[in-house]
Design a protein around this ligand. Structure first.
Ligand SMILES: [Zn+2]
Length: 417
């Protein structure tokens, strides 16, 4: 299967200048090609990749500066643009501004890329026009290189490889019949149906304070000044560190959950709707906004979307099935007697059933419900095995809760309580 490997690279001053230049050329090609596409669209015509690639080749004979960058990365830029326009629409694709876009370009010819280890810590890769690029080899490449990408995050340069590691996703999990429900809760980041609460802070109070001071400094500094740039770089550094910790947390949790479970059921929180409706009209605007924004902060703070992606990624190695179930009622239903009542959850942390008196941690109770719903989905899925789920007649979908296939590969279920 394909996997990504990202390493921090140590470019020579010369290479850094070259990469900067490549980035500029890619940016110019992107913007010019996007402009052309937009002009075509306003006239009701289409521009495609092949035509643009042909024009790029012609332009190279006239413009010296285009020859600076390897042809492959420019063609790749046009391909990426083509993909972006097809996916999002020509007028939604963004310009690449000098300050807004972090340079990133891909060398698609994996066969031309040599990678070798130099020492315990260092490795190097030979890239077209750049020559040998050194990087911190923090892990083995472990496969055949398909492509390489060089990118800059505002501070450091990175080289990443798309690698085919030759592994296959197992047909079945090593421990079939195991399953876990995951509630991406508000109290703890992750609550599981076996009663575990997993959480981690991503910034210490001291760090948050230092970041706040940087923000204040930034407000006082003049636009375009050297000090302002310095402050911005420092702020970016903090944000990156936080993001790295979050990514680390997500992949660790995902690895543990998929290792031990053949089925991982997740709440489908649909944060997009939830985050958008906070300012919308409602019966009690003030209260609803306050409550929603608190919830939003918690959800976005915990970065659950990253966890979902990490789970899907980890499941490729273990053969676990990741199922998404709608969040409706999972937090209000009793996991013992199935009584659904908004009063069941009288606080964020405590669940007390108004029917049978069952008391539990609210997020754990929800996680148990999520697992039950997830099991219902896979049971239905097995009944219909061998048939395309999409071809099921509509009423059956609504009645039995047969899953609909989701574009991201997981499964969607109707909650059966
Ligand atoms: Zn109950």
């Amino acid at each position: 299967m394909l996997a990504g490997r990202k390493y921090r690279s140590k470019l020579t001053t010369e290479q850094a200048a070259q990469c900067e230049e490549f980035g500029n050329v890619c940016r110019a090609v992107w913007n010019t090609a996007l402009d052309q596409r937009r002009q075509y669209r306003t006239r009701g015509a289409w521009m495609n990749y092949n035509e643009q690639a042909g024009q790029l080749a012609d332009a190279k004979t006239e413009h010296e500066w285009l020859k600076v960058a390897p042809s492959h990365i420019l063609q790749q830029t046009l391909k990426d643009l083509d993909r972006a326009c097809k996916d999002h629409g020509t007028f939604r694709v963004k310009w690449r501004g000098k300050s807004r876009w972090n340079p990133s370009f891909r060398f698609p010819m994996g066969k031309l890329i040599e990678v070798e280890r130099l020492s315990k810590r260092w490795g190097r890769a030979k890239l077209p026009k750049l020559g040998w690029v050194r990087f911190r080899m923090t892990r083995q490449i472990g496969g055949v290189v398909r492509s390489a990408t060089v990118s800059h995050d505002g501070r450091d340069w990175f080289v990443s490889f798309l690698v085919d590691d030759g592994e296959k996703t197992p047909e079945q999990h090593a421990m079939p019949d195991t399953g876990v429900g995951v509630d991406r809760g508000v109290v703890a980041a992750v609550a599981t149906s076996d009663g575990k609460l997993i959480d981690r802070g991503f910034t210490s109070p001291g760090e948050a304070e230092r970041y706040r001071r940087l923000q204040q400094e930034l407000a006082r500094q003049k636009r375009g000044s050297r000090n302002r740039k310095k402050t911005l770089r420092a702020m970016r550094g903090w944000k990156r560190r936080e993001g790295d910790r979050r990514a680390d947390f997500c992949s660790q949790v995902a690895a543990e959950l998929t290792d031990r479970n053949a089925l991982v059921a997740l709440e489908d929180l649909r944060t997009r709707n939830m985050t958008r409706s906070a300012s919308g009209t409602s019966e009690e605007p003030g209260r609803s906004v306050a409550r929603k924004s608190g919830l939003n902060r918690a959800i976005l703070d915990k970065g659950w979307h990253k966890l979902e992606l990490a789970l899907l990624n980890a499941a490729r190695h273990t053969g676990s099935e990741i199922v998404k179930v709608p969040a409706a009622y999972t937090s209000q239903a009793c996991s013992v007697c199935r009584n659904v009542d908004p009063d069941n959850r009288n606080s964020q942390a405590v669940f007390r059933c108004t029917g049978c008196g069952h008391t539990a941690h609210a997020d754990v109770n929800a996680a148990i419900n999520v697992l039950a719903a997830g099991r219902a989905v896979t049971a239905c899925g097995d009944l219909g095995a061998g048939r395309s789920v999409k071809q099921e007649p509509q009423p059956a979908l609504a009645l039995v809760g047969i899953p609909r296939l989701q574009p991201w590969g997981g499964r969607q279920a109707t909650m059966t309580l």
